[in-house]
Design a protein around this ligand. Sequence first.
Ligand SMILES: *[C@@H]1O[C@H](CO)[C@@H](O)[C@H](O)[C@H]1NC(C)=O
Ligand SMILES: *[C@@H]1O[C@H](CO)[C@@H](O)[C@H](O)[C@H]1NC(C)=O
Ligand SMILES: *[C@@H]1O[C@H](CO)[C@@H](O)[C@H](O)[C@H]1NC(C)=O
Length: 594
Amino acid sequence: MGLALRNILLCAGVAYAVPWTGTANDQKPLDPRPSREGALKIESPPQKPNIIFILTDDQDIEMNSLDYMPFVQKHLLDKGTLFRNHFVTTALCCPSRVSLWTGRHSHNTNVTDVNPPYGGYPKFVSQGFNENFLPVWLQQAGYNTYYTGKLFNAHTTKNYNNPHVKGFTGSDFLLDPWTYNYLNPAYQRNQEPPIIYHGQHTLDILIDKANALLDDAIASEKPFFLGVAPVAPHSNVEGDISDINEIDQVKFSEPVPLKRHAHLFPDAKVPRTPHFNPDKPSGVNWIAERPQLNKTWVDHNDYYYRQRLRALQGVDELIDGIFKRLEENGQLENTYIFYTADNGFHVSQHRLNPGKECGFEDDIRVPFIVRGPGISEGAISKVVTTHIDVAPTIFELAGIPLREDFDGLSIPLEKLKQERKRHEHVNVEYWGFAVEEGSYGGTLFWNNTYKALRIIGENYNLYYSVWCNNEHQLYDLTSDPYQLRNIYPGYADHDSSITVLGAPLTRVIDRLDSLLLVLKSCKGTVCVKPWEKLHPDGDVETLPEALQKEYDAFYKHQESVRFDRCEAGYILDAEGPQDALSYTRHGIHWSHWV
Ligand SMILES: *[C@@H]1O[C@H](CO)[C@@H](O)[C@H](O)[C@H]1NC(C)=O
Ligand SMILES: *[C@@H]1O[C@H](CO)[C@@H](O)[C@H](O)[C@H]1NC(C)=O
Ligand SMILES: *[C@@H]1O[C@H](CO)[C@@H](O)[C@H](O)[C@H]1NC(C)=O
């Protein structure tokens, strides 16, 4: 869809003929300011809202970490909306952060790893994003922009000035190889050289820096964006994690809390859910080969979990400080505050030692809370949203026309908009290795490359994935919320009598696979409305509609998602078919989409 059409969709009250009634036709800012250039401005517009974005590192929602954060509860959960079906699209820090700040899937940023050649700050720069990402766009729209904490990986004391990060009015970044060293962090302010804070806790320093930037932002009397990205509750890391050749010498250990929090929650343990260290192996590929954790590991992982909760207390204090300052300065009423994490985390689920990088709920589902003008207090929304939607959401708040290269759709922050129909899918993708963290960690698992689809609608809730070794997973989370029974044909829990939405599994799998085929290389609005690529006539907008028998032959004819080999990055010729056929009622039949 061209920019022009997108702009039309931004206007209020324009009838939109396509039956899909997502929020695209309501994409006007929450305040009544017209967002189309050249629109009549009768009164001078109210000041654009401020935006504060708090981004934790590796914070779960599925292990209940939010329950241990009283100030998050008080300022955000009680006064804002929790988006409970919010997902990341790549469960790894750097790719996920690049997607957040560019509004594009990893397959469209090609920043797919934490380190070069496939990822990290150098790849972000070489892909041209230093001139083309959220803070730059916000500055162009009249915002002052500030950031402190971790921006990306492989952003180091050596490369920080080659080039400097663009787009920030004020910045104070954590730098590798000290980013995750809780008691020896390196911070680098504006254009100044880095400082290593020997023996000082990273969160105490971050709280001071965030407060100082917030004071600057408020004093500037312009609308502002402030990003605050604490390293907690990521593992403590010693050694040069930004050098792939050194990675086996890197020492992972539990997160280190502030002294004043070190005694808390002595009895806390990883929740003993059915997928906690299960008797049967989980998943496929390397995951299916994991042995059950023995007592030594289970105890260590419980300790690791407590250290996460303790380390998060510093983040909780940070939140309280930010809200106090906003309130004292009369800024609370004109500020949107976002709280989320770059990816989720697992500790002992599916027999896995501490880590992320998998497609299970633990790793892809993250906290996402928004508070601000017009947003319901103490509410929980079930709309399906992702990190790809964040940049468009911020654009909408700032009254900036959406970019054509955005792969997502603005998140309906207001309750009324949440009741409208929105898409059901999440596109999940991953390349490269997974790593075990914690004191017994360090092991790398290669060939952790996969494409996955998470799909949630009324009466259906599925996870489907295709790995680079061409293994498959299919979980029906309605009956199997902990993803313990892979019902894909050929696996032990498959049973040909299983149905989903009344349809036999083969029919369901054909549809899921075609949807994944579209999503794995989608761009722009195709990522938002992938069914429209398969059914350009507009007859199908959801999985239940696609399941009609009349489409069986079409879906059988479609090529399947597959890999030709495992690669550690986005190497196109390893990734099988790229193009999906589309179904048309008139004319001959099925043609390649152009
Ligand atoms: C648990 O497993 C680890 C690694 O396999 C091993 O080093 C350790 O000795 C085991 N502990 C017990 C109590 O069996
Ligand atoms: C990864 O997959 C490739 C094939 O694509 C295979 O040659 C290699 O042995 C695999 N590596 C591991 C560690 O399993
Ligand atoms: C992604 O980047 C890698 C590393 O530079 C490159 O080899 C690959 O071809 C790129 N993939 C695409 C699809 O452009």
